[in-house]
Design a protein. Structure first.
Length: 373
């Protein structure tokens, strides 16, 4: 493999666009697998918070895996949790022997689904948190890289030369990358799967359609102490699961530690103050009269609860840990979605949970056993 590789980015959202644009600007050959290839230009332009511009040509853009996967040395999955299993199934026949497949974040069960679909024939990598805070400015043409992370944590599975890929990913993502020892270290995260549902519950659980929002609430800048209290309660339950699984202290800090806060009030103040979080609105939809109602089709609902929070809940069940705060959010979501996800203290066994492809007991147990081993 030469110093410049062929990367295929699966997904045309903000993260995929930024990663593709930065990689193309660095001279890598970049392919895009997207459902809307006709809307993509020949070049991508990405602008970062310091005004630095990354501009580079795209190699191929297609909606057919056979066009863009066979030549890829690295495949980046930049898709919501509910789309990953199907995408992996579609690209599997076209992966070369040397190609590795990874995800920009693993909290929706990437490793579980990839091990299920790809088996042990393909090397896997995945990040604990998304590499960038990003927004598309013109679909298929440009995006803003709104914020870098101080460092990134990655885990590998079935990859021999891990240090080579640590260096490559550090260069590719313009951020120092550290290697974690096991896929569960990045699968288990208290980022989006807890952060978003706790805030959604605080914002919308008492929503009354006769009193709609006059303006969409700001997701972070309007953060309340109540939102922090719910978040901290969920994080306490999450940390019990982390400990039971055997993840080492310090790998997944509490949210109070991560955000350098001491209580609900200081955490709320911290989240309201983060520059990269400014201007992000809660998921709402504009109604005919100009008011706003919750948008229950938004990814914060359709991904972070059934794929993020439910995966944590499933792990808790395997570890025999009670999760009343998390259950309260799931029960609320059941009422919104019409799905039955819990049956008493247990995950329901029905079509609703079977469709959540990361809730795979055999693969999860294999990961837990290998982590303990």
């Amino acid at each position: 493999m030469d110093s410049k590789i062929t990367i295929c980015v699966c997904g045309g959202g903000s993260l995929g666009t930024v990663i593709a644009g930065v990689a193309a600007a660095a001279g890598h050959r970049v392919n895009i697998l997207t459902g809307r290839p006709s809307r993509w230009g020949r070049n991508l332009t990405v602008t970062d918070p310091d005004g630095r511009i990354f501009d580079g040509p795209l190699n191929k853009v297609s909606d057919k895996p056979s066009d863009v996967i066979p030549t890829a040395d690295m495949v980046f999955i930049c898709l919501p949790g509910y789309a990953i299993h199907e995408e992996l199934t579609q690209i599997k026949p076209y992966l070369s022997e040397q190609a590795i497949v990874g995800s920009v974040f693993c909290s929706t069960g990437f490793f579980i689904m990839a091990m299920d679909v790809l088996g042990d024939r393909t090397g896997l990598f995945g990040f604990q948190r998304v590499p960038f805070i990003s927004r598309v400015t013109e679909y298929g043409h440009s995006a803003n890289l709104l914020g870098y992370k101080r460092s990134l944590n990655v885990a590998f599975w079935n990859i021999q030369d891990e240090e080579y890929y640590v260096d490559l990913l550090s260069e590719l993502l313009l951020t120092p990358v550290s290697k974690f020892g096991h896929p569960l270290d990045v699968t288990m995260t208290n980022s989006n799967p807890i952060l978003h549902p706790a805030r959604l519950y605080s914002l919308f659980s008492n929503y009354d359609s006769s009193h709609p929002f006059l303006e969409p609430p700001l997701f972070y800048e309007d953060w309340t102490v109540e939102s922090s209290e719910i978040l901290i309660a969920c994080d306490r339950e999450f940390q019990e699961v982390v400990k039971a699984v055997g993840i080492k202290d310090g790998i997944i800090p509490t949210l109070l530690e991560y955000y350098e806060s001491k209580d609900a009030e200081s955490l709320a103040a911290k989240l309201r103050s983060i520059t990269a979080f400014k201007g992000i609105y809660a998921p709402t939809v504009r109604q005919e009269d100009g008011t706003f109602a919750p948008n229950y089709d938004n990814r914060y609902f359709s991904e972070d609860i059934p794929y993020g929070l439910m995966l944590i809940r499933y792990m808790a069940q395997l570890m025999a840990i009670k999760t009343p705060a998390i259950d309260r959010i799931i029960h609320w979501y059941e009422g919104l979605s019409g799905k039955r996800l819990l049956d008493g203290d247990l995950i329901a066994r029905n079509d609703d949970t079977a469709s959540i492809r990361c809730l795979n007991r055999d693969i999860i147990q294999r990961l837990i056993d290998s982590h303990h081993g």
